[in-house]
Design a protein around this ligand. Structure first.
Ligand code: NI
Length: 136
């Protein structure tokens, strides 16, 4: 029997979406307000979902305290109250869309989790717009 545990988290961050190899006109056409040269912010909501077997000794799939601390170290500390384009090295050359942010978060968490656990990350950029990454 495999069970999925979910942990919610949150961070605020600023970004600007643009492709430096395009003209301003094309960036405006594709990214609209998201191409604002002075950046704009989002209240990102995160759901980290970890699937695995229940450890018979603890009764846990993963200790929630461990998962909470992992999200804090790998996501909240590096992303919260940051400018994603300027402050997060992963987005120096990669457009910080919700899609690329969720991949970066998934990679960071995946590297720290037991291979016996499956990982899915859901990232809400707005209450209505969200993306998921399960690594495949
Ligand atoms: Ni945006």
């Amino acid at each position: 029997m495999r069970v999925t545990v979910h942990r919610k988290a949150h961070f605020n961050a600023a970004h600007r979406l643009y492709n430096p190899s395009w003209t301003n006109e094309k960036n405006d056409e594709i990214f609209g307000l998201c191409n604002n040269i002075n950046y704009h912010g989002h209240n990102y909501e995160l759901i980290v979902s970890v699937t695995g077997s229940i450890d018979p000794e603890t009764g846990y799939v993963i200790d929630m305290k461990v998962l909470k601390d992992l999200i804090h170290t790998e996501v909240e500390l590096p992303f919260d109250h940051k400018n994603l384009n300027l402050d997060v090295p992963a987005f120096k050359e990669v457009n910080p869309t919700a899609e690329n942010i969720v991949v970066e978060i998934w990679n960071r968490l995946r590297a720290k989790l037991s291979l016996s656990l499956d990982l899915e990350v859901t990232l809400y950029e707005t209450p209505r717009n969200f993306v998921t990454c399960s690594g495949s």
